[in-house]
Design a protein around this ligand. Structure first.
Ligand code: MG
Length: 269
């Protein structure tokens, strides 16, 4: 073996000293049922897929949708201390304004949600760059993150079920372009004794690309720990996260879903 080949061989064998910046994530968190750790630094990151340019104008809402935000006001939302205080900005958008999370005044269980989001000019890295989130029943988060050329732990990137499941692919558009989420949420069901009988489920289409398909959730969103269900009402608010970054949202609408199909009438014999 030549000296150069030997040096390469030794370098490959040597433990790699990864900084958080190079390989963000954790190596000391609890292990999920799929064998990876929560926010596992070693979990493979989903491949990036270019979804094409973002929509210039918002996609029209279906006629039976409940419009949660059309750019004119924040009436459907509330903040920590009453009215939602995020800023109305140009192009029919609202912007996180470091006044805390906002949540819908109405409550939703099983539903289909459409929401468009945009990250600002890149600042920071990993979870510190363009972070927000969409929470169903106030507790189950689909991560919103500027994941365009911004490595972070796989279960914390855009369209991840935060801390549980990375998306299949990374379909994030560059900062300054609109990303679109179409999400189907099925709320968990609980028995009278509080045990979960049917876990929450999420499907996420990110910029027209399947990122999560009817995934079962392990419980409410947790950071660096294993999720655990606690019984709650069948409906709850949809919450948007203020993670300190000036993220923008527009064109938010929801369709409550009735996933029970009508039964056929019994036929006479
Ligand atoms: Mg978040």
């Amino acid at each position: 073996m030549s000296r150069i080949a030997a040096a390469v061989f030794v370098a490959l064998l040597a433990p790699t000293a990864c900084s958080q910046e190079q390989n963000p994530g954790y190596t000391d968190t609890p292990v999920l049922p799929d064998g990876f750790r929560v926010h596992d630094a070693m979990r493979p990151r989903p491949p990036a897929v270019d979804p094409g340019p973002g929509p210039k104008v918002p996609t029209p809402a279906p006629k039976d949708a409940i419009v949660l935000f059309d750019g004119t006001n924040l009436d459907a939302w509330q903040g920590r201390k009453g009215a939602a205080e995020w800023k109305l900005v140009e192009d029919g958008a609202m912007e996180v304004s470091r006044t805390g999370d906002i949540r819908t005044r109405a409550e939703f269980g099983d539903c289909q949600l459409h929401i468009e989001w945009m990250a600002p000019k890149p600042k920071g890295h990993s979870q510190g760059r363009g972070n927000s989130g969409v929470f169903f029943c106030g507790r189950y988060e689909v991560q919103v993150l500027d994941s365009f050329q911004n490595p972070t732990y796989a279960d914390g990137q855009a369209a991840a079920i935060y801390g549980q499941k990375p998306p299949y692919v990374n379909a994030t558009r560059p900062p300054g372009q609109w990303n679109v989420y179409d999400i189907v949420f099925i709320a968990p069901r609980f028995a009278e004794n509080g045990e979960v009988t049917s876990p929450a489920r999420l499907t996420v289409i990110h910029n027209g690309i399947v990122a999560q398909l009817d995934e079962e959730l392990l419980g409410p969103t947790a950071h660096k720990s294993l999720p655990k269900y606690r019984a709650h009402a069948p409906k709850g608010p949809i919450k948007l996260q203020d993670h300190g970054n000036p993220m923008r949202f527009r064109n938010i609408w929801v369709r409550p879903l009735n996933v029970e199909r009508p039964k056929a009438a019994a036929k006479a014999k």
